[in-house]
Design a binder for this molecule. Structure first.
Ligand code: FNR
Length: 402
């Protein structure tokens, strides 16, 4: 008799097989069931849009200025083509990798996306549970609708990292980092591209920014350093707490020397997110960062900025293997991830697609979106002739001739 399959352990979820995922969906079809969560990412977005108020939709979909950088992110992938190889025995495949002593089942993380409470009542808790089910790390935003501690509880033993927005108060930054450390987060992701919010035309047109309505401030309102600075607690005087937040959120003074402060305050791996210039990548390594995330924040900060994938090879070259390079901004499908991995990214972060899943169907929406993405990635890599991440390199791609 066949042994029953072992229960999935957090952090070592079963290897995603694209074929199994595909058959599951097709068999559901035989029984007359359409996938409750659309497989096609554009349809998932459409369903999410139907469910969301226009200002929440635009908050997610919008970018800086004209949206040119968002477009550049997507176009970057079109300029590369995979050249599949044949007859390479890809029956046994392993997309697992080790990052900072953690074993990940696939080169995928869920990117920090703030204010998930405007998208679904379960907010980051739904995302956390879905990430834990897949064994994929969830990077919790500073600007979340649920606290560091609540998300840690929801995620159970699953891997989680904490993304830091370093505002004007160093003690507050240190406090949040130590809360994350106590709550079992495995790494700190310091976002460098948002010392203040970019000029986002759609948000300005409404005009709408969730934070001024008190959304996305759970980590501030629950923080002892933040609370100590207020005359009255946020529960009693939310308006004053929001105004205080607005006065300390931005910090345009930070420089590379400040990284040392964070290094002193945490023993966790420290990643810097938002790097697109090779020289900044070198500065990050020199400042002691444990990894670099190539990202332009999904085109939300600098209109007209370089597409993230276009920036990846230069950063990989500058880092020269000193630390891992991760990647986000524009990843929509397995092929996108395959291209970023071939160009030297160790792992990719999914952003808007899982957020549309959350808005469309809560935890189930994120779960299925992630399962489909992993299934697609598995089949894309397998059918291209690869069985492990180590086999991927730039020679697996060619520039698009068209
Ligand atoms: C983000 N992103 C982001 N990044 C971060 O470091 N902290 C944050 O709080 C947020 N919040 C946030 C909200 C929304 C609605 C979006 C769409 C994005 C950026 C995110 O981590 C990631 O870099 C981008 O989402 C990648 O671009 P795509 O692939 O989603 O287009």
């Amino acid at each position: 008799m066949a042994e029953p399959p072992a229960a999935p352990q957090p952090g070592s979820a079963p290897r995603a097989s694209g074929r199994e995922r595909m058959m599951e969906i097709f068999k559901g079809g035989l029984a007359g069931a359409k996938p409750a969560v659309p497989v096609i990412v554009e349809e998932l977005e459409r369903l999410a849009r139907e469910k969301l108020p226009p200002q929440a939709c635009d908050y997610v979909a919008g970018g800086a200025g004209s949206g040119a950088t968002m477009l550049a992110n997507l176009r970057g992938f079109e300029r590369w083509r995979i050249v599949p190889r044949m007859l390479r025995d890809v029956a046994q495949r392993d997309w697992g990798l080790e990052l900072f002593g953690q074993r990940l089942p696939a080169p995928l993380l869920l990117a920090p996306v703030g204010v998930q409470g405007i998208l679904h009542p379960d907010a980051e808790l739904a995302t956390a549970r879905a990430a834990a089910a897949a064994g994929v790390p969830f990077v919790l935003s500073t600007a979340a609708s649920r606290t560091i501690e609540q998300v840690a509880e929801a995620i159970g033993g699953g891997p989680r990292w904490f993304q830091l927005y370093w505002g004007r108060d160093n003690n507050l930054a240190a406090s949040m980092v130590s809360r994350a450390e106590r709550a079992g987060y495995g790494a700190i992701v310091l976002t460098l591209d948002t010392p203040t919010l970019g000029w986002r035309e759609r948000d300005l047109a409404h005009p709408y920014i969730p934070f001024l309505e008190g959304d996305g401030l759970a980590n501030y309102f629950s923080d002892p350093v933040f609370r100590a600075a207020l005359a009255q607690p946020p529960e009693q005087n939310p308006r004053a707490a929001i105004e205080y937040w607005a006065s300390i959120f931005t910090n345009l003074r930070l420089g590379w020397n400040d990284i040392a402060f964070l290094r002193r305050h945490t023993r966790l791996p420290l990643l810097v997110k938002g790097i697109v210039h090779p020289d900044d990548a070198s500065s990050a390594v020199a400042a002691g960062a444990d990894a670099v995330i190539v990202s332009n924040h999904g085109g939300r900060q600098v209109d007209g900025a370089i597409g993230a994938l276009d920036a990846l090879p230069g950063v990989v070259q500058a880092v020269a293997g000193a630390v891992p390079v991760l990647f986000d901004s524009g990843v929509r499908r397995g092929a996108d991830a395959a291209k970023a991995l071939a160009l030297g990214a160790k792992a990719v972060l999914l952003g808007r697609p899982y957020v549309w899943g959350l808005a469309a169907a809560g935890e189930q929406g994120v779960r299925e979106m992630v399962a489909n993405f992993l299934g697609d990635l598995d089949l894309t890599l397998a059918l291209s002739g690869f069985a492990s991440l180590a086999e991927l390199n730039p020679s697996c791609l060619v520039r698009d001739a068209g």
